[in-house]
Design a protein around this ligand. Structure first.
Ligand code: GLA
Length: 388
């Protein structure tokens, strides 16, 4: 991959590039909690986006995607959102310029193996890779956490999704064989060893991404904010669903709106579930963690209503299977992948079984990915990636 991106870049731009790798992410538990100032438990994975860059003194961004075999050129003084992959790169450039960072023209080539639209945060990885590469190229001196904020803001403004901070944080701060317990209010984080004892993380990709995904996502966010407003009418000092109790919801939100009550209740319970899930992980009780994942799925489907029939099918198909400790939809919802904790020796057989039944019932192909937990965003050359 590293040689490939370097070769692609040389052929396109005829100079030596600086290369950065940024990974996609999984999230073990804690879904739709990040923008509610709760906790999340993501990890960076061994599927990545590689970005190669060099300077060019013409005030333009020359962008090439090897995956799409497309080139575009944008004068830095006149950039705006696009409907293509370029929007995530331009969103980052826009944020850097808004912060007064001095960037000049640059060449950039991108290549990767994170499936697009599968809920593995390929856009966050592209944003992280871009900001990291430009930070190095123009010696901007940005801290990692600032780069995360820039990447998130790029997604909000140029990607059109009011996402929380989880995806960009995980892509930037990931650590091999560790999950990140991130407090999305304080942004304090802790790495926890992911000891799966003979089990592996297996993703089953529905290969669907329903159109409503980003509008429904933004609606969920607004519904949670509305819930918070009603609570604030009675309780001082509440700024998010963090710290809100079910009693408060019953008192302030239930009488106003049933749907908003369900949404907020899900978030409050999921935050509790995540904290208990972290204790499971510490005790090495992955059985118990797995059961919580199933519960999260049920609540995402019935209370938060961000699942879809394809995701529900894939989760029900593994429920009760002794080789599967836990499974649930992952990420924003309405398509993408389920995350499963599967006994290593059973992966092949299970995958075939699920592939066949998904094809028969949904008339669709399911794509499996067995993922490893990897390092976060980093500058690389041929030696570095192999040794971290
Ligand atoms: C998407 C968003 C994240 C997060 C998840 C749901 O992946 O980008 O910020 O909200 O959905 O947990």
């Amino acid at each position: 991959m590293i040689n490939k991106i370097t070769d692609i870049f040389r052929q396109k731009f005829f100079v030596e590039p600086l290369v950065v790798r940024a990974p996609g992410r999984v999230n073990i538990i804690g879904e739709h909690t990040d923008y509610n100032e709760g906790f999340v438990l993501p990890a960076a994975i061994d599927k990545s986006i590689f970005v190669a860059v060099s300077k060019i003194n013409d005030g333009q961004a020359h962008l090439y995607s090897a995956d799409f075999d497309e080139s575009f050129h944008f004068p830095l003084l006149y950039i705006e959102p696009t409907k293509k992959w370029t929007t995530y790169i331009l969103g980052v450039v826009d944020q850097l310029l808004k912060r007064g960072c001095h960037i000049e023209g640059f060449n950039l080539a991108v290549y990767g193996d994170i499936p697009i639209g599968a809920g593995l945060s390929s856009s966050a990885a592209l944003e992280c890779a871009t900001v990291f590469a430009l930070n190095e190229l123009f010696s901007l001196g940005l801290e990692k956490i600032e780069m995360v904020r820039i990447a998130q803001k790029a997604e909000n403004t140029y990607g059109g999704v009011m996402c929380g901070i989880m995806d960009q944080f995980a892509s930037m701060f990931g650590k091999r064989n560790h999950v990140i317990k991130l407090d999305c209010r304080s942004l304090q984080y802790e790495y926890k060893p992911l000891k799966l004892e003979g089990y592996k993380i297996v993703l089953f990709d529905t290969n669907v991404k329903h159109k409503l995904a980003s509008t429904e996502y933004n609606t969920r966010r607004e519904q949670c904010e509305q819930g918070v407003k009603w609570i604030q009418e009675r309780y001082e000092g509440i700024t998010s669903l963090r710290g809100v109790t079910i009693e408060m919801l019953q008192q302030c939100v239930a009488p106003q709106d049933d749907i908003i009550y369900k949404r907020c209740k899900y978030v409050v319970e999921e935050t509790q579930r995540l904290l208990a899930g972290c204790e499971d992980l510490e005790r090495g009780d992955i059985q118990s963690l797995g059961r919580k994942m199933f519960q999260t799925h049920e609540d995402l489907a019935s209370e938060y209503e961000v699942s879809c029939r394809e995701l529900d099918f894939l989760v029900s198909a593994v429920r009760g299977n002794p080789a599967v400790l836990g499974a649930r939809m992952m990420g924003g919802g309405f398509g993408g992948c389920t995350i499963n904790l599967v006994k290593e020796s059973a992966i092949e057989e299970l995958t075939q079984l699920i592939y066949d039944s998904y094809k028969m019932k949904m008339k669709l192909e399911m794509t499996p990915y067995v993922v490893e937990v990897e390092q976060g965003t980093q500058r690389i050359n041929s030696n570095v990636y192999a040794n971290v």
